[in-house]
Design a protein around this ligand. Structure first.
Ligand code: NDP
Length: 272
């Protein structure tokens, strides 16, 4: 029987992970099965589904919304980056029957920024918009690249403060960003899902090297358009991050590092 993988989520029908992992398996030259598993929005249902999958011989799994924190709380062992993020998106079976949780989102983002988009993060001023699960997962990997500063700003300011204090970085209200300048602005809010742009002052993009939206779509996102119209030199969406984090999960499961760029292209074409 081929090795089996899955992604647990609710909703999960939209997930591109099966297509991405099919491309990786073709590169490795192996047959594997990667499915989507819809789970009721309930931690017990999630844990039951995960246990069943691995009891039946599953080789690895991804976790998406809303279960990343549940997975973090439940796994028997955690990587350092999952501990920093307080969330798990990759489950790896352990020899003793338990599960190890890892978080590859930050590695996916850093790969996309530095390798794919050729942005050197060292000594840069980074603004991170949002303080939800995605923002939480990327602060530590960004810090490892030694930026000059990271500033976190969020619609609910208290959440930005809490996240920033946990990592020892700066925080600001959206309004306090007026007349500030950043080299890289990363949108980790979910505003783009509904075409909304966070209420940040337009001048933060003036002269910025990159405006990056973690959300991805078949057309320019509202955030990317707003950033471009207000001076960002380059804009990108989060498809490279998505494929990059999947590649890191694949490496953890199989010890094979896929070539990510052609897969981004293939998924992008499939979205058109
Ligand atoms: P969460 O629900 O955990 O957090 C949502 C965040 O967005 C909160 O900070 C919330 O602010 C903020 N927000 C929502 N709507 C608005 C708005 N209209 N204006 C300003 N802020 C807003 O979501 P995630 O962190 O999991 O995901 C965030 C984004 O990242 C999504 O678009 C998701 O698709 C993307 N993502 C992409 C990945 C990739 O691989 N490319 C991986 C993971 C996520 P508040 O606290 O005030 O509610």
């Amino acid at each position: 029987m081929p090795p089996r993988y899955t992604v647990f989520g609710h909703p999960v029908a939209h997930s591109r992970s099966p297509d991405i992992h099919r491309c990786f398996a073709e590169q490795e030259g192996v047959g594997l099965v990667y499915t989507r598993t819809l789970v009721d929005k309930d931690k017990t249902a999630f844990v039951t589904a995960v246990k069943r999958f691995f009891d039946e011989g599953g080789s690895g799994a991804n976790v998406t919304l809303p279960f990343k924190h549940d997975a973090f709380e439940w796994v028997q062992e955690c990587s350092e980056r999952a501990l920093a993020a307080l969330s798990v998106n990759t489950l790896i079976p352990l020899a003793n029957g338990g599960l190890r949780g890892d978080n590859t989102d930050g590695a996916g983002l850093v790969w996309d920024l530095s390798e794919n988009l050729n942005i050197c993060l060292n000594n840069k001023k980074i603004l991170l918009l949002g303080a939800g699960g995605a923002a939480c997962g990327v602060v530590s990997p960004l810090l490892e690249r030694l930026p000059e500063s990271i500033t976190i700003a969020n619609r609910t300011a208290a959440k930005a403060r809490e996240l920033a204090q946990r990592f020892g970085v700066e925080y600001a209200d959206f309004g306090q960003l007026a007349q500030r300048r950043f080299d890289i602005v990363i949108n980790a809010t979910s505003g783009s899902v509904s075409g909304e742009v966070p209420a940040v002052p337009a001048d933060i993009f003036s002269g910025s090297l990159l405006a990056y939206d973690m959300y991805y779509a078949d057309t320019e996102t509202a955030f990317m358009r707003f950033a471009r119209e207000n001076g960002a030199r380059q804009c990108a969406d989060g498809l490279g991050m998505l494929v990059g984090q999947a590649a890191e999960s694949y490496r953890l499961w199989r010890g094979f590092s896929p070539d990510v760029r052609p897969v981004i292209e293939e998924v992008r074409q499939g979205m058109a």
